[in-house]
Design a protein around this ligand. Structure first.
Ligand SMILES: [Fe+2]
Length: 344
């Protein structure tokens, strides 16, 4: 693993995070007050897709300035910079998998029941973070001072893509007061594009990103743009979970992520099996016939889910793409991923 050949002109805290002086407190750190306007999947031309009728929200205030400061302290600290930094063909600098080990405040903020209630109510479906590894993913785009006046546009933070997980909540961690651009563009219907305003610092957007092609448009008039993306899946184990690892595999500590992936997937299967057995016993107890179609259907679903769980675990030894291989074809979910490039 080589060190990056570039340095980012980014101010980072030199002291460790101050978590223990200020643990996450929903009444102090949540700034949410009003349900934002939302665009439905039908409006976006995706009516029959997804796990909720909601496609994307307008920006809404979520965390207070103090919460944002504490989050920045944690995610930009040296230990995160040294241990959690990745680059890929779709993003030049990402920090991943820092919670809870290096980012307890971030972890507590996104797992707090009140935060989950807010995100779920906007998404229109009860959600939980997919797994710890997907709490607080950071995208960083920074420019040199000379570039920050808007004469030069930076490349998009992340290219056109669908996410690997059903829902995301994208939180702005930079001062975006003067920022121009920086919207999220969504592909809707037949080739049309809709733009959703970028959030201000402490504000967030909820997006059903697994089903909608999207891109964060370049921003000007700002030196840094740091966003925190937390990915969610349905809480209810019987609601479909289309999660995959395609876009995250190249930018992850696979040992850690495969562990968490298998853990949550098998736990869901456990719960589905428990419910199936309960129904079987209840039906038998009251003298009903065996439900051939229903049981076979549920078993087929379980097999499919387990097969998907296994298929997504690609052995790192077989996970080789040659240097110089072009970017995967966005939106076609090709498996030609660029070589895993861990910077730290
Ligand atoms: Fe995305």
């Amino acid at each position: 693993m080589s060190k990056p050949s570039f340095t980012l002109p980014l101010q980072r805290p030199q002291t460790p995070a101050t978590y223990f002086k200020s643990p996450f407190n929903p009444s102090r750190h949540l700034a949410y007050h009003t349900m934002p306007a939302c665009h439905t999947m039908s409006e976006l031309g995706h009516e029959k897709r997804g796990i909720s009728p909601i496609g994307v929200s307008e920006p809404f205030e979520l965390f207070t300035p103090e919460a944002v400061r504490l989050m920045r302290n944690e995610v930009l600290a040296d230990e995160v910079w040294d241990n959690c930094r990745f680059a890929s063909s779709i993003a030049a600098c990402q920090l991943r998998g820092m919670a809870p080990k290096y980012a307890k405040f971030v972890y507590d903020a996104w797992t707090n029941p009140e935060t989950l209630r807010i995100v779920s109510s906007i998404a229109g479906v009860d959600l939980v973070p997919v797994m710890d590894y997907e709490i607080g993913h950071i995208n960083i785009s920074v420019k040199d001072k000379d570039d920050a006046d808007g004469k030069t546009q930076a490349a998009p933070v992340v290219g056109w893509h669908k996410d690997s997980y059903p829902f995301v909540c994208v939180l702005m961690l930079s001062d975006a007061t003067e920022m121009k651009g920086g919207e999220t563009a969504l592909r809707i219907g037949a080739g049309e594009i809709m733009k959703v305003r970028g959030p201000q610092m402490g504000s967030a957007v909820v997006l059903q990103g697994r089903y909608i092609d999207h891109i964060a448009l370049p921003s000007t008039n700002t030196r840094e743009r740091i966003t925190m993306v937390t990915s969610f899946r349905p809480r209810d184990p019987v609601v479909a979970d289309d999660s995959q690892l395609l876009t995250v595999r190249p930018v992850s500590d696979l040992n850690e992520m495969y562990n968490q992936w298998t853990d949550y997937r098998v736990e869901l299967v456990e719960e589905r099996c428990r419910r199936l057995v309960k129904t079987l016993r209840e039906r038998k107890h009251v003298g009903r016939d065996f439900d051939v179609t229903g049981v076979k259907g549920q078993l087929a679903e379980l097999i499919k889910f387990l097969q998907k769980t296994a298929d997504e675990i690609v052995d790192p030894a077989e996970y080789k793409v040659e240097d110089g291989d072009e970017e995967r074809e966005q939106g076609k979910e090709s498996t030609r991923m660029k070589k895993r490039a861990r910077l730290a």
